[in-house]
Ligand binder design. Structure first.
Ligand code: ZN
Length: 155
């Protein structure tokens, strides 16, 4: 089975340079959920070079900057699932950047801490969630344009 990140559809790619790509998550946990992914297919943090680790962090900043400009979120949840036990399903390391808005959750307190709760019920509604959180064509275009200013880095 091909790696979904190595074979990402061009429409899902918002940004790319020689070290990283920024992708639109296919099953967004919230509107504007993006992934920062190293170009190289490696599974774990330890396999990344120092340069790649830094590029992932810079990618996180860039993703937040563009999301702020286009979708005006009030906050972000940022995180990585490292290892199967931690919920990593794609063996190509990636960093989630999930925009948050006031009132998008009844009780946002705790943020990523809730990742260890049993959210099975929520996961059952993945399809509904995907429909609800999917960006409109216009929003995707606005985001794509926001990244254009950084395209000089594109290889
Ligand atoms: Zn891959």
């Amino acid at each position: 089975m091909g790696c979904p990140f190595c074979t990402a559809r061009p429409e899902a790619i918002l940004y790319g340079d020689k070290l990283i790509r920024i992708l639109i998550d296919s099953y967004p946990a919230n509107r504007g959920h993006l992934l920062v992914v190293p170009r190289r297919h490696v599974e774990s943090w330890e396999e990344l070079s120092g340069e790649e680790k830094w590029a992932l962090i810079k990618g996180m900043e860039l993703a937040m900057e563009k999301l702020r400009a286009v979708l005006e979120p009030d906050g972000f949840n940022v995180g990585m699932n490292l290892g199967r036990a931690a919920g990593q399903t794609v063996p190509h390391i990636h960093l989630h950047v999930i925009p948050r808005w006031k009132g998008d959750s009844k009780n946002p307190r705790g943020g990523v801490r809730k990742a260890v709760l049993d959210l099975e019920d929520e996961n059952l509604n993945m399809k509904e969630k995907w429909r609800k959180n999917r960006l409109s064509r216009e929003e995707v275009e606005l985001l794509r344009r926001a990244f254009w200013t950084n395209l000089s880095l594109l290889d």
